[in-house]
Design a protein around this ligand. Structure first.
Ligand code: FES
Length: 188
């Protein structure tokens, strides 16, 4: 297994932050998955060795947590929330439309590896459902009216920067921009 120098440095830096090496397991798994897209058996063995554990200790974490993977998702990974608040606002239909338009069944990776789709539990934005995530960006209110356009932009790779669909994270960045410091003039 080959990891970049940057990831190796991050791993070296994170382990000493925990009282015991084994406590850093989830952080190390995330760092490896961020780079490789998944944590396969080789990666499990490498992490276990680094943390002085057995590979099974790492595998049991990967098979327990849904966001950890033994095989990679597609180049673009789309998550749709299926928990009640989003379901009541139509997330089952949203997921079905995305399946049809992207050509991939939920829980799978499209044959060409471009897209994968996951219909999963709460994405922590329950008041603005149906919630859809594209990689790490969260899009709100992707209901029956909007999902077709959303899927088209996704397929054209134009979602990023589109006026109609700004991700929660991008909106937050714009809102949090601090205005330039106003000039302070001394009073006489
Ligand atoms: S119920 Fe959909 S984000 Fe929580």
């Amino acid at each position: 297994m080959n990891l970049s120098e940057e990831t190796l440095q991050k791993i070296d830096a994170v382990i000493p932050k925990y009282p015991e090496k084994r406590s850093a397991a989830l952080m190390v798994i995330h760092l490896v998955q961020d780079e490789l897209g998944a944590v396969d058996l080789d990666a499990c063995a490498w992490i276990a060795n680094r943390l002085e554990l057995e590979p099974i200790n790492i595998q049991e974490l990967i098979t327990f947590y849904p966001m950890l993977r033994e095989t990679p998702w597609g180049k673009k990974h789309i998550r749709v929330c299926r928990t009640l608040p989003c379901a009541l606002r139509g997330s089952y239909g949203t997921c079905k439309t995305l399946e049809d338009k992207l050509g991939v069944k939920e829980g799978h990776v499209r044959e060409d590896g471009e897209y994968s789709l996951e219909f999963m539990e709460c994405l922590a934005d329950c008041g603005e459902g149906p919630v859809v995530m594209v990689d790490e960006e969260t899009y709100e209110n992707i209901d029956a009216e909007k999902v077709d356009k959303f899927a088209d932009l996704l397929l054209e790779d134009k979602l990023n920067g589109s006026k109609g669909f700004k991700s929660y994270e991008k909106a937050l960045l714009v809102e949090s921009k601090i205005p330039a410091k106003s000039k302070i003039t001394s009073k006489k």
